[in-house]
Design a protein around this ligand. Structure first.
Ligand code: UDP
Length: 489
């Protein structure tokens, strides 16, 4: 139940529809269904599958957040306190019965069970629905392989609890790949195995490990170690079918970019592109902490000063600092005195409130670097366009994504980690200088990784990229499992 999960699910549906004649039903809660409906309407492939052939259906599962001690109309983690977030996670397990009823209705209509259920890795209960209805469950992790494996192993084994040392090995990873205590998000850091976060992740991840197979939003050639670890850890087939991004991000022949956010934009795409057009190639720093995160007020001050001192043009998606209503008005007092006026007069910076057209920004030739919280969608979007990343991981598996992008890929430099880190304007200025060197090593590597991602989803002259093949293997495997089930009856 989060933007960063729903969008990859839609992208996955688009890919499956393109290579099969399957009918897909996407089931989620009412407000999330409404959001998906508008996203489908803005995507030509999906909307024709939904309206003309009825091959794409959206099913709204009954869900009332007030029944779970959550504020009314809460169906995603935005603007929630940590206690409310974990309550929301637990509340999702109440979707098991309605999901079962929905699939039972499909069985009654079609006269046979669905070929498979694809569930979010955090909704491990879907394995029970699949089993009860006589089909298989495939878990889909919308994160990368390295981040997923690290997240899972840390929650399941809590390795940091059995050592006082700051650096420690994590089960499943080679001994040389050590993790640091500061990489742990605030919940796993203090987890004891019985707290609500541990209970949720331990249960749901263990159930997901009982799936028929896993799908991962990544590519074979970019996440070699991550996939090796994930495959060993899960012990079941893992198909890497990513990057799941709009076609225009992966194919230069496809120029129309459809990205539906359902959010109130802080700037029109056209104005944003015009501003980028007015800047030299490879000069602009883009700063965004994803769909729901923000940084602390002193960090915000230093980031602003450092950006201004760097002299580089920048686009900053800005929202109130931690501790303030994330949807509330942004106050100038959170920035250095006179900052907004100066950067607007000099045209050095563009502050975007609420929501920016991120994909358009990342694929623009003026964009030089991406200050990112390393959420997996943002990471894929930046890397696919060959944009080096200045990492500032905040929560969830973001620090593991950053570690992998720094150590395995060489496309990222970490500026800060978490909300507690002290960042100075001078550090910001220096990192911007480091990453925006023309012809620099990080840029070269980012372009190389982007090319590999594009090659993985390409199919031309009979040659198929690894993700295209993985998608076909997945389809063959679920069809053959369905055939075996029918024969066994
Ligand atoms: N995004 C956007 N404009 C914004 C902020 C975010 O389009 O101003 C999109 C971004 O392109 C990405 C998603 O929101 O697709 C964020 O997902 P990610 O996994 O990076 O982070 P999360 O929001 O889940 O923490």
């Amino acid at each position: 139940m989060a933007h960063g999960h729903l969008i990859p699910f839609l992208a996955l549906a688009r890919q499956i529809l393109q290579i099969t004649n399957f009918t897909i039903t996407i089931a989620t809660t009412p407000l999330n269904t409404a959001y998906l409906r508008s996203a489908v309407a803005s995507d030509p492939t999906l909307s024709s599958a939904a309206s003309e052939s009825s091959r794409l259906r959206l099913a709204s599962l009954p869900f009332n957040s007030s029944d779970h001690d959550l504020p009314p109309s809460t169906e995603n983690p935005e603007s929630l306190t940590p206690n409310q977030v974990i309550t929301l996670f637990h509340s999702a397990t109440a979707l098991e019965s309605p999901s079962h009823r929905l699939v039972a209705n499909i069985v009654a209509e079609e006269g046979r069970p669905p070929i498979c259920i694809i569930s979010d890795v955090f909704h491990g209960w879907a394995t029970r629905v699949a089993e009860n209805i006589g089909t298989v469950n495939v878990s889909f992790t919308t994160c990368g392989a390295f981040g997923t494996a690290a997240y899972m192993s840390l929650w399941q084994n809590l390795p940091h609890k059995s050592t006082d040392s700051d650096e420690f090995p994590v089960q499943g990873f080679p001994d040389s790949c050590r993790f640091h205590r500061t990489m742990l998000n605030q919940f796993v850091r203090v987890a004891d195995g019985t707290d609500p976060w541990s209970r949720f992740f331990k249960t749901q991840l263990a159930l997901s490990l009982g799936s028929f197979a896993w799908l991962c939003n990544t590519t074979e050639q970019t996440e070699v170690l991550g996939l090796e670890v994930l495959r060993k850890y899960t012990g079941i087939p893992v198909w890497s079918i990513g990057p799941l991004l709009p076609p225009a991000m992966l194919n230069s022949n496809s120029s129309t970019l459809t990205q539906h956010s359902g959010r109130e934009s802080g700037i029109s795409t056209q104005k944003c592109i015009e501003w980028l057009d007015s800047k030299p190639n490879f000069s602009v720093i883009y700063i965004s902490f994803g769909s729901q995160n923000t940084i602390g007020s002193s960090q915000m001050m230093e980031l602003a000063k450092g950006l201004e001192q760097s002299g580089k043009p920048f686009i900053w998606v800005i929202r109130p600092p931690v501790g303030f209503d994330p949807k509330g008005e942004f106050k100038s007092e959170w920035l250095p005195e006179g900052f907004e006026g100066r950067i607007s007069d000099s045209k050095q910076g563009l502050l975007v409130r609420k929501w920016a057209p991120q994909l358009e920004i990342l694929r623009h030739k003026s964009t030089a670097a991406f200050v990112s919280h390393c959420g997996w969608n943002s990471a894929l979007e930046g890397m696919s366009q060959g944009v080096p990343i200045i990492g500032w991981p905040l929560v969830a598996e973001q620090a593991y994504n950053a570690k992998m992008m720094v150590e395995e890929m060489g496309v990222c430099v970490e500026l800060a980690r978490g909300l507690g880190s002290v960042v100075t304007a001078e550090e910001v200025r220096k990192v911007v200088e480091l990453v925006t060197v023309e012809g620099g090593e990080m840029k070269r590597k980012a372009v190389e990784i982007g090319e590999r991602m594009k090659a993985a989803v390409r199919e031309e002259e009979g040659r198929k990229g690894s993700s295209v093949k993985a998608m076909e293997d997945f389809v063959c495997a679920i069809l053959s499992a369905a055939g075996e089930r029918r024969r066994a009856v």
